[in-house]
Structure formats: C-alpha cells, structure tokens
Design a protein around this ligand. Structure first.
Ligand SMILES: [Zn+2]
Length: 346
C-alpha cells in the first residue's frame, strides 16, 4: 500500500511517500481503508524530533483519520464491513485506574496513532475495534478526519476543563491553527463571546468573519489591556492558550478574577514565569488538557452534527503530496485544518 513513512530524521524532512507493507490486524482489531486524514502540529514534531515519544522507525505518520471498515477481527464488534468510521487516536489499556474512570488520555499505557505506532497517512491502518466510531450520517470523510485531534482537544478545554457557559467571554490565543479555530467555532456554538489574538491581520479578519467578537493584533497592541477594555475592565472568564512562552504572563493578566486558563500546548516555550501572586490573589484556575475521552468524542460528533458545524479546512492535499502538506503546516501560514485526501484508486 502507499503511505507517508518516516524512516529517519537525517534527510530534509525525513518523511517520504512510498510503498509500505499493509498492517497485519491483531485479534480485536479492525482494518480501516482510510479515505481522509488531517495533519496537526504533532506530526510536524514527529517528523523533526519525536523526542519523549517511545516509537521505532520506520513508522507511518498521521494521528487523525477516517475511512471504511475493510476487515473485522473482533467477533464482539458491532461494526459492519464497509461502515464509515472515524478513528479515536488514543489507544488505551482499558485496565488502569484512568481507563476505568473513562479518561483514556490519562491512561498509563496510552499510545497514539502516528506517534507510538503506525498512523493514518496511509491507505490502511489497523486499530482496536474500540477505537473506531461510526461517522454520523451526512458527515463526509474530510470533516470527520478534522475532528479527533483539533476539535476534541478544543472541546475538552472549553467544556470539560473550563466549563464555559453561554454569555461568558473566552480569549483564544494565536488564532489560525486547528485547535484555536476549533475553540472559536465551538465557543460560538455554545453562545460564548470569543476574542482572538494573532500577529497576522488577515487571520484576525478571517476569525471575525467566523464570528469572533474582536481580533487583537498581538504584534502591535497591548493584548491584556485590550481585553480589559472589551470586557468593561473585568477580563475574560476563560483564556485558551496553546502557545505558552513569553505570552503566558499576558494570558494570566487578561483573565478575570476567578478566571480559568487552559493550556494544551507550548509551541512558544514551556517554561514561562508563573506569576503565583496573581494566581492566588485573583484566584485563577489553571488547567492542563490533552485530547479528550472517548465519551467526549461521542459528544463532539453529536454536537457537530446537531449544529451543522463545518470545520474550517484551509487546504486539501492528496496522500502523494502529504509531505508538502507537512511543510505548509510547518510554515504557520495556514488558517484552519490541512486535510489529506486518500483516493480509492491510489
Ligand atoms: Zn489505561
């Protein structure tokens, strides 16, 4: 089969399109004929470094994917051959304390497609039957492939961690990437007011067209001051920060007293100042968040279907061009998801 295979990290990029043996399903698995994937920052990280993630090369890349059930190796599974499915990428042990509590991303032995094992940038992937969910009627493969990483991560940040309520104000730092745009769309869906920040005027304009109340240019404006102005001096109830680094201090400053700040990434640096005085005097709550549980994923699929929410897709590349897609994502120019189409007659 054809796949994007990461063989080493010495060449320029390290990943290439080529043929690779089709995965051998284990007992309990389903083999999925992939029809679409989408790429994320973590794929760029895997291509460049992968440090801290136990894996062996060569490895097929890709965390997000959707397709059709091609083989079923689990007699208990209610899935049907040919059924359209989306992959829940956290393969959890099912036995540890966290799994028993239904919180798969905390599993002691969690493994992700495209990180710890073969992924979705391929014609086929084999995963445990428990890790595939039916795609709701009316949802296409491209939409489904956008949801697991970006939209599920944003879902847990907003609703699982920050408990965002209708009428509250949420600031989304660094609009443009998949998680930030997902947070904007989901916050709007929930009736919250969303303020976004970016260094790029065009991205701010795009975000306002998507329903953001205001866009703040983080290059030219004092972001916390602008947030205070836009909230009658109170600050935002919720701040979604997937950037970290030097801007983290500003995220603390723009939060209202008792405000909730959620981090899911640190692309600008993971060791910013903590400003503990502000944290305790203003009684801020800081949450870390990664992906979401399988149950949250089910809720997300329902909510997206009910609301008719369309993920923002910036570009679509065929599987054969997925390396160029990774380069594009790495450039940081994108506004929305980058989707990989995996044609049947590849
Ligand atoms: Zn577990």
């Amino acid at each position: 089969m054809q796949a994007i295979v990461l063989r080493d990290r010495e060449g320029p990029g390290g990943a290439a399109y080529g043929s690779f043996e089709r995965p051998q399903p284990q007992r309990g698995d389903v083999l999925v004929r992939l029809r679409a994937a989408s790429i994320n920052r973590v794929d760029v990280y895997m291509r460049r470094s992968g440090a801290g993630i136990t894996h062996t090369l060569p490895q097929i890349m890709g965390v997000d994917g959707a397709g059709e059930v091609a083989e079923i190796h689990d007699p208990q599974s209610p899935l049907r051959l040919g059924q359209r499915v989306v992959i829940y990428p956290a393969l959890a042990c099912g036995h540890c304390r966290y799994c028993l509590a239904g919180d798969q991303p905390l599993c002691l032995h969690v493994r992700y497609t495209g990180e710890h094992r073969h992924g979705t940038l391929a014609e086929y992937v084999s995963v445990p039957a428990a890790n595939v969910l039916p795609i709701p009627d009316g949802m296409d493969f491209h939409t489904a492939a956008c949801l697991p990483v970006a939209y599920l991560t944003a879902w847990r940040m907003l609703f699982g961690k920050a408990q965002l309520q209708a009428g509250e104000t949420v600031v989304i730092i660094g609009i443009g990437g998949g998680v930030a745009i997902a947070a904007l769309q989901l916050a709007r869906m929930a009736g919250a007011r969303a303020i976004v920040t970016s260094r790029h005027v065009e991205k701010l304009q795009h975000a306002i067209a998507l329903g953001a109340t205001a866009g703040i240019n983080s290059q030219t404006e004092d972001v916390p001051r602008r947030v205070l102005e836009l909230t009658d001096g109170y600050g935002a109830e919720v701040v979604i920060d997937s950037v970290g680094g030097p801007g983290w201090g500003a995220s603390l400053k723009m939060a209202a007293r008792g405000g909730r700040i959620v981090t899911c990434g640190a692309t600008a640096g993971s060791q910013p100042g903590a400003d503990l005085q502000r944290v305790f005097i203003r009684q801020l709550q800081i949450f870390g968040s990664t992906l979401g549980s399988q149950d949250e994923f089910r809720q997300l699929l329902n909510a997206v279907t009910q609301a008719g929410l369309q993920p923002v897709i910036d570009r679509v590349y065929p599987l054969s061009q997925a390396v160029a897609a990774l380069d594009y994502l790495e450039s940081g120019e994108q506004f929305g998801k980058v989707v990989i189409d995996i044609p049947l007659a590849n």
